[in-house]
Design a protein. Structure first.
Length: 129
């Protein structure tokens, strides 16, 4: 499960793993918002692709980026969360399917995706703009 914070101050929790899922992977597509003022969680739109071992990065635009992860296979899919309407949309995929990687927001707004596992250990890096 990942948590990202966008401009609203609400925290977004999405994806993750639950061992009793019918698909056998345990991957989740659900997403929730945490309101620190009321200390409560509420449902929001589901990811398009269920996943775990992914990264979550809050962008300077107020969107939240989810990259890679695992599901029925290692994923190259990336999605953007739009807080204004509570929906996820698919965006450009990473070049190499990966999980257990890092994704770091750079000062210019790009996201540096590094390492992880895919077809073995991945030592390469990619930039999301």
């Amino acid at each position: 499960m990942g948590v990202g914070v966008a401009g609203s101050g609400l925290r977004r929790r999405r994806g993750g793993r639950h061992w009793r899922r019918d698909d056998g992977t345990g991957a989740l597509a659900s997403a929730e918002l945490f309101n620190p003022a009321t200390r409560s969680w509420s449902q929001t739109g589901n990811l398009n692709t269920a996943r775990y071992n992914h990264t979550v990065t809050a962008l300077t635009t107020g969107h939240v980026l989810v990259t890679g992860g695992s599901g029925k296979r290692t994923l190259d899919a990336a999605e953007l969360y739009d807080a204004a309407n509570g929906t996820w949309s698919q965006t450009a995929s990473v070049n190499h399917a990966r999980f257990s990687h890092t994704a770091t927001l750079l000062s210019d707004g790009r996201v540096l995706v590094v390492g992880g596992f895919g077809k073995g250990y991945l030592s390469g890096a990619e930039l999301f703009h």
